[in-house]
Design a protein around this ligand. Structure first.
Ligand SMILES: [Zn+2]
Length: 134
């Protein structure tokens, strides 16, 4: 049970790419930098040539936390949430729950692969430990 984002012109590609199994990140067409969270204007060079494209959906854990507190009556605990540095979008970190039976095995530096969970109009990102991804 996760709160759902409001879709906007700039973030729709990010939240709906999961329908195609794609993690979609906005990039500036002029300076080539990733623009995340997505917005219509590049914060580095003020270009409006910002457009989304699919990235590999792989990365390494920058940080994580394991939640043991059932904040809602139906919440299953414990679960891990990881902040993951994307392999092919320098500077971009995607925070999402980790799909694992044992949250205590999540480690900084661990390789992760993206997965998605459909919820209403959006596809919420999830991280899977890469060794389980095949
Ligand atoms: Zn730019």
């Amino acid at each position: 049970m996760r709160p759902l984002p409001e879709l906007t012109p700039e973030n729709t590609a990010f939240w709906t790419g999961g329908e195609r199994g794609e993690l979609t990140i906005a990039f500036c067409g002029d300076c080539r930098k990733a623009v995340h969270p997505p917005q219509l204007l590049c914060p580095a060079c003020q270009s409006q040539a910002v457009a989304p494209r699919a990235v590999a959906g792989t990365g390494t854990v920058y940080s994580f936390t394991v939640n043991h507190q059932p904040w809602l009556p139906d919440m299953k605990v414990p679960f891990a949430i990881a902040v993951v540095d994307l392999d092919d979008a320098p500077g971009v970190r995607v925070t999402a729950p980790v799909l694992t039976d044992d949250p205590d095995t999540v480690r900084i530096g661990q390789a992760m692969t993206i997965a998605f969970e459909a919820s209403g109009d959006v596809w919420l990102p999830l991280w899977k430990p890469a060794e389980q991804a095949a």
